[in-house]
Design a protein around this ligand. Structure first.
Ligand code: TMP
Length: 208
């Protein structure tokens, strides 16, 4: 993180269906088994205010939201989560593992939604007050493979067109290429256990 706090901040991100939620759970369990205090959050969400904003963002009865409105709602939800949960946890030395973060806004509302990703990164710095991930792991897989894994009904963002999600994936890969010091891409077409292993190796390098 840009601000020096004793904890470590790890983000798992990627296109739809990338198995992030399972990998976040496994990572937190592994960290605890190895003697680290760790906690998981999901973005948007993880505080009462952030979960309410999440409900608005993912509500299919509101299909026509402007991309700028989406950006500010995701950032507002995130500002609250950083202030209430992430910063205090990092302050007492925890490893915080987040399911998505600013990287998602840069990929979805930026690369796919048409807003300049540079502006989104700037807004992210304001919303997060200097807190930045030490490592962002992108679980990458082709769009059709991701959607084949989504068995439940699609939410508002998932219901956007295929071309949108192709741009989301490209956005994630482009930001990882631009910041190899802070991003790692893991091929999510492998078995969940192989992905878990690769995630652990990447995180171990940051915790050393
Ligand atoms: P989830 O699938 O990880 O629960 O994320 C919820 C949806 O919100 C997912 O379709 C991706 C989307 N999203 C954005 O469009 N921008 C963002 O900044 C974030 C965090 C999520």
């Amino acid at each position: 993180m840009a601000e020096t706090l004793p904890g470590k901040f790890i983000v798992l991100d990627g296109p739809e269906g990338a198995g992030k939620t399972t990998q976040v759970e496994r990572l937190v369990r592994w960290l605890r088994e190895n003697g680290r205090q760790a906690t998981a959050v999901r973005d948007p969400g993880s505080t009462p205010v952030s979960e309410r904003i999440r409900d608005v963002l993912l509500d299919k009865r509101l299909p026509d939201m402007d991309a700028r409105t989406e950006v500010f709602l995701y950032m507002a939800s995130r500002a609250e989560m950083v202030a209430r949960v992430i910063r205090p946890a990092l302050g007492v030395g925890l490893v915080v593992v987040s399911d998505r973060f600013v990287s998602s806004t840069a990929a979805y509302q930026g690369s796919a939604g048409g807003i300049d990703p540079a502006v989104i990164w700037d807004l992210g710095r304001i919303a997060c007050g200097g807190i930045e991930p030490d490592l962002t792991i992108i679980l990458d897989l082709p769009v059709e493979d991701g959607f084949a894994r989504l068995v439940r009904e699609h939410d508002r963002i998932e219901s956007k067109q295929r071309a949108y999600h192709e741009k989301v994936r490209e956005g994630f890969l482009a930001m990882a290429r631009a910041r190899p010091d802070r991003f790692v891409v893991i091929d999510d077409r492998r078995s969940p256990d192989e992905v878990t292993q690769a995630v652990q190796e990447a995180v171990a390098r940051v915790l050393r």
